[in-house]
Design a protein around this ligand. Structure first.
Ligand code: ADP
Length: 402
């Protein structure tokens, strides 16, 4: 069974074609700068263990033309990986916000599209693009089921005391202001893989997942379900991130608006796009931050320390929430999987909490899921590579199977 996964952004579109019988990747790619004067499609195929890459640079006026070209590449008689687009059994879509109504992956119907539209309010950049991706797929793959998998789904399982903000209750009733949580597809996938790696049933898993990438979030997993999560109404809350400030004193917002004469959307952009590592030291990529620290840049050193402290504070609070029964703490995503310096800094001084990192293992680069703590660490520290596309495809497969 072949499933296409689409992650449509406002001017970009990522995709993967997966063979579900073997959970292997047949093709993947990214179309960038859709709608701009010049666009770029980078397409990869994987045949017989060999990777082929194609780069096409020309304008892609809309997502429709982009997807048409992707289909042509996937079905190319020589370089393609399928003969006909009809071989695709379902299309899985990443959708950022599903509001309160969505608690599981769903087959796309008109009411589902209406919910995605209602959530434009909470996710003005992503949800419209995600809906475009769905509508393009409906047009280009008539009759093929579309499945929407929401970033908010896993976080919807958290208890009321975790999702409510201590604001007047009517704001929740009227505006649905609550914690939703994001990166849910990654957190759900990693929880499943962690349980598998530890040889436990998912329903028995109690763990903390640190998804540290350009955007970063953490979840506390209790009995296989999300028990708390660091992102909130939007993906701004929680950790210090590449360009997002994470949690700050909310009183800073009206103060900055008043003092700098900024509108609500301007201060929103300031916190989402000009803050975090970028706002502190001018770099968003952790590799650049480390290079700057090496070169003696004090702001970069400060930014790194702040990011690590924000992770540690949430890690400590989640260990407290789990009450001493933690099966694993898990690093995932770009920084979590690749950056031994961040992992070491997060785990430093955590021995009293049962976390003992194996320095040599942490510093070794190896693919796949693995343990990086010492054998006598009470809580195993793991690296579990995330795979949101595979999780989306598995959800699509499960739904169409029904
Ligand atoms: P996104 O949040 O955009 O999905 P990723 O999870 O792919 O991002 O993470 C991207 C980030 O991971 C980069 O911005 C960079 O900070 C970090 N990263 C990737 N590779 C490395 C590496 N080898 N060492 C340190 N950091 C890395």
């Amino acid at each position: 069974m072949k499933i296409l996964v689409i992650n449509a952004g406002s001017s970009s579109c990522k995709y993967q074609l997966l063979e579900m019988d073997t959970q292997s990747l047949l093709g993947s790619g990214l179309v960038e700068r859709i709608g701009a004067r010049m666009g770029c499609l980078t397409h990869r195929t994987y045949k017989g263990g060999k990777e082929e890459k194609v780069v096409r640079e020309h304008p892609f006026p809309t997502h429709v033309e982009s997807m048409e070209e992707v289909i042509a590449l996937l079905t190319d008689p020589e370089a393609g990986v399928i003969k006909n687009k009809n071989e695709i059994a379902a299309i899985g879509h990443r959708v950022v916000h599903g509001g309160e109504a969505i608690t599981a992956p769903v087959l796309v119907t008109q009411p589902v599209k209406d919910i995605i539209r209602e959530c434009f309010l909470f996710s003005p950049l992503h949800n419209p693009a995600n809906l475009t991706g769905i509508e393009v797929a409906e047009k280009l793959f008539p009759g093929v089921p579309n499945v929407a998998v929401f970033d908010t789904e896993f976080g919807m399982g958290i208890p009321e005391e975790a999702y409510m903000y201590a604001l007047p209750y009517h704001l929740y009733e009227e505006l649905k202001i609550r914690r939703y949580g994001f990166h849910g597809t990654s957190h759900k996938y990693v929880a499943g893989r962690t349980a598998e790696y530890l040889g436990k049933a998912l329903k028995d898993l109690c763990s903390v997942t640190m998804h540290l990438g350009n955007g970063s979030s953490m979840t506390c997993v209790k009995n296989g379900r999300c028990f708390d999560t660091s992102m909130g109404l939007t993906p701004l809350e929680g950790l210090v991130m590449g360009t997002r400030c994470g949690s700050i004193d909310p009183a800073i917002v009206p103060f900055v608006m008043e003092k700098k004469g900024l509108s609500a959307s301007e201060v929103d952009a300031l916190m989402n796009k000009q803050s975090g590592l970028l706002g502190l030291c001018g770099h968003t990529d952790m590799r650049d931050v480390h290079a700057q620290i090496e070169a003696g840049d004090k702001r970069a050193a400060l930014a790194f320390k702040m990011l690590v402290r924000s992770v540690k504070k949430i890690l400590g609070s989640y260990l407290a929430l789990l009450g001493g029964k933690t099966d694993a703490v898990v690093f995932t995503a770009g920084i979590g999987e690749n950056d031994s310096i961040t992992r070491a800094a997060v785990c430093e001084g955590m021995e009293a909490f049962g976390i003992k990192l194996d320095k040599a293992e942490n510093n070794t680069r190896k693919p796949g899921a693995r343990t990086i703590s010492t054998p006598d660490s009470n809580i195993p520290v793991l690296i579990i590579p995330t795979n949101e596309e595979l999780q989306i495809a598995m959800a699509a497969k499960a739904l169409i199977g029904k």
